[in-house]
Design a protein around this ligand. Structure first.
Ligand SMILES: [Zn+2]
Length: 110
């Protein structure tokens, strides 16, 4: 049941000529339900926390599957630290992961 449906049910149940105390009680309930609607529009605390975490840059997980002539790994790939999607270094150096929006912190790899 949505907040609007609850308000309709309450108003239907109080009938045609409610006492002043009932009217005040219903108005208080309606205000509380409308406040809940506003919070729902903003998003849950968890959704807000996740969005904030995505905006905070995380270092990419660099990796490679090839080696140079001296046997050193050539880091030419990286994974998004949030969703794990793989991208190619130097071609796909995104500031934000196109898949999930995670901010990528390149400070160690530049
Ligand atoms: Zn991602």
């Amino acid at each position: 049941m949505t907040e609007n449906e609850a308000i309709k049910v309450i108003k239907r149940l109080i009938g045609v000529s409610p006492s002043e105390r009932i009217v005040r009680a219903v108005n208080t309930a309606e205000l509380a339900l409308k406040e809940i609607q506003q919070y729902r529009a903003i998003g849950t605390v968890e959704e807000c926390r996740e969005a904030r975490e995505r905006q905070r840059g995380k270092k990419p997980n660099a990796w490679g599957d090839g080696y140079d002539d001296d046997g050193n790994m050539i880091y030419d790939m990286y994974d998004c630290p949030n969703c794990g999607k793989s991208y190619e270094i130097d071609y796909d150096n995104y500031k934000y992961c196109p898949e999930c929006g995670q901010a990528i912190d390149w400070s160690d790899l530049e």
